[in-house]
Design a protein around this ligand. Structure first.
Ligand code: SF4
Ligand code: SF4
Length: 223
């Protein structure tokens, strides 16, 4: 009898496990985020092409067409279009080089996937949406409040999700989705990069180790 292979996860399966790992992690601490609290649902959301393919695979044809229509309707909307990926940023900092300046619009549009203050793709939403967790209601504080350890955890997951998709790209949700819809679309995205250095400060390394081990284990099983 053949022994089951250890390297038996597709990229999509691995991404699903990474999302589940994060969702389990956030279950363990309290935050102010609730359904219908959606001030954070803007056109500034970013993701990798693998994350867009994950959403694409989950949706039916009609939902995909609606999503494409919504994205297309926001082409002129101000939005964050990153100049570099997370792993590129980490590498440049480690090399002592200044990362390119990023411009984040202070007044972006509402995410086209928000309907009646609820996310229409909630189970498969990108990691950038999952990790937007505030300890105080943003409407009261004016911005999300995320503690430093959770920021380190978020960066760790962002770095691994990018690493999982080495031939893919990173960009604004609207642009990445348009690239997926049409290879000819002129969409500003940046190439993904592998992890060369992790953005974990020394004081968080011990506590983050179990999550790091699990992420490494998931990646070691990708075909
Ligand atoms: S991040 Fe802020 S706006 Fe978004 S759900 Fe949490 S509290 Fe609400
Ligand atoms: S994809 Fe969903 S969770 Fe993310 S910003 Fe849009 S509506 Fe909000």
């Amino acid at each position: 009898m053949n022994r089951p292979s250890k390297r038996n996860l597709s990229q999509i399966d691995a991404l699903s496990r990474i999302y589940r790992l994060y969702d389990d992690y956030i279950d363990s601490f309290s935050h102010a985020c609730r359904k219908y609290c959606a001030d954070c649902c803007t056109t500034n959301v970013t993701l990798t092409t693998l994350e867009a393919r994950y959403i694409h695979a989950f949706l039916g044809e009609k939902q995909r067409a609606a999503l494409s229509g919504g994205m297309h309707s926001r082409i002129q909307t101000p939005r964050f279009q990153p100049a570099m990926s997370t792993n590129c940023h980490a590498r440049l900092c480690a090399e002592g080089k200044a990362p390119p300046e990023e411009h984040v619009p202070a007044d972006p549009g509402t995410c086209p996937l928000l309907e009646a203050e609820a996310c229409t793709i909630y189970p498969v939403r990108p990691f950038a949406c999952r990790c937007m967790l505030s300890t105080a209601v943003c409407r009261h504080t004016g911005e999300a409040r995320i503690d430093e350890f959770t920021m380190s955890v978020n960066n760790l997951f962002l770095q691994f999700i990018e690493h999982l998709d080495p031939s893919g790209a990173f960009g604004n949700f609207i642009d990445v989705w348009r690239c997926l819809d049409s290879e000819d679309a002129d969409c500003p995205t940046v190439p993904n990069q592998s992890v060369t250095v992790l953005m974990i400060p020394p004081e968080h390394r011990e506590k983050i180790h179990p999550l790091l081990n699990t992420l490494n284990h998931i990646l070691s099983r990708v075909e």
